[in-house]
Design a protein around this ligand. Structure first.
Ligand SMILES: C[S@@+](CC[C@H](N)C(=O)[O-])C[C@H]1O[C@@H](n2cnc3c(N)ncnc32)[C@H](O)[C@@H]1O
Length: 366
């Protein structure tokens, strides 16, 4: 599934102060932030939440095995590991690259070095895919959260030894992309290794786990909002380090809240092409999808605005809006393309969820 996000506004709009409305959530743990989204038919979101609440019920009542069995019987290919890469995340990015037709370009012989970054990609299957596809000369740069005692998310040992991949853990030495000083250090490393040429492709696969309940609501329903900081830092890293004409590919979740919508809106102004892609290797029941942008044109004002938001953000200060929602609503072309995407995607996701939930109920009742 591939959708293009379009925009009729001019890039100059990014230079006007009135374009921005910087706000942080007072209480992010509220499903209404998503349920009342202006970027999708609200009754469709309500239906999606009702179906997701059934999964909450399965997990809360120890029917998780039945749910997983039902999900694996309806989506059998999803339960297998990867045959080509170290894990399934590699299959997903390869399928995305094939769907958007850039896998062949990456494999072509090139004479200039191909520079890429891969952030929040520990243990590193995205790096693995790019290093397998792109023939020498290639150099990658990575930053991912180093979690003491959680080696499954730290870089694979062969990546640590690979001379074509430079790991930067930032000023704090933690690899945390929330921290502005770490982003500055990452940028300096890229500048010095590429001789200021900067990167051709910026990748990011970040995600924070969303299991559990807070204030009576399941995190999963506000997964998008809890990932706002991560997605904003990843977006900033791409905009800061890409060369003119460069590409970015980032895993995203829903596109219903103001921050993700702002990211899409900005992307549609600073890139020539913005696509949202759902590969078959990614389960239809979940909200995971991929944002691919190409033809980058740098804008310093937006870089400064996003950097300031990153500096002001913390666990209690999760960004709520960036671009003034009224301005976004005025752009009919952007609104139509985004609403069409959201409603088409959620309709398919709902259909998949209903099938799995019905099958789970059958297993529970048998
Ligand atoms: C879905 S995993 C990436 C999987 C990876 N592409 C693979 O399969 O090899 C998400 C990654 O985001 C990283 N992450 C989460 N929060 C982060 C942060 N604040 N800074 C940097 N990385 C972060 C996690 O440590 C994890 O490595």
């Amino acid at each position: 599934m591939i959708f293009e996000i379009l925009n009729k506004s001019s890039k100059d709009i990014l230079n006007e102060d009135s374009t921005y409305q910087i706000k942080f959530y007072k209480n992010v743990y509220d499903e209404n932030h998503i349920l009342k989204s202006k970027y999708c038919n609200n009754s469709l979101i309500k239906e999606l939440f009702e179906e997701k609440h059934k999964i909450d019920y399965f997990y809360d009542n120890n029917y998780d095995k039945e749910y997983i069995t039902a999900r694996n019987s309806i989506f059998p290919t999803d339960k297998k590991g990867s045959s080509k890469f170290s894990n399934r995340a590699g299959d997903k990015i390869l399928e995305v690259l094939q769907l958007i037709n850039i896998d062949k370009d990456l494999q072509k012989k090139h004479y200039e070095p191909f520079y890429f970054s891969s952030v929040a990609d520990g243990p590193g299957s995205w790096v693995e895919v790019i290093l397998k596809l792109v023939k020498y000369p290639v150099k990658g740069f990575g930053m991912t959260l180093l979690i003491p005692g959680k080696s499954s998310l730290n870089w694979y040992p062969w990546i640590l030894k690979n001379r074509n991949f430079i790991i930067e853990n930032g000023k704090t030495g933690t690899g945390n992309i929330y921290i502005s000083d770490n982003l500055i250090k990452f940028n300096n490393t890229i500048k010095s290794y590429t001789n200021n040429k900067m990167i051709n492709l910026a990748l990011s696969d970040g995600g924070i786990e969303v299991g559990g309940v807070i204030n009576g609501i399941h995190y999963d329903n506000i997964q998008e909002l809890l990932n706002n900081r991560l997605k904003l830092s990843e977006f900033y890293i791409a905009l800061q380090n890409l060369q003119e004409g460069g590409m970015m590919l980032s895993k995203i979740y829903d596109t219903l809240g103001n921050v993700m919508v702002s990211i899409l809106y900005i992307a549609s102004l600073v890139f020539d092409k913005v696509l949202i892609v759902k590969p078959k290797t990614s389960r239809l029941v979940n909200s995971e999808k991929y944002l691919y942008c190409s033809g980058y044109k740098r804008n310093d004002k937006i870089l400064k605005i996003i950097f300031d938001i990153i500096k002001l953000s913390n666990e209690k200060n999760i960004p709520e809006t960036i671009i003034n929602p009224k301005l976004i609503e005025k752009d009919e072309i952007f609104m139509n393309s985004l609403k069409t995407f959201n409603e088409t995607y959620i309709t398919k996701q709902l259909d998949a969820l209903k099938k799995v939930n019905e099958e789970t109920m059958k297993l529970i009742n048998n």
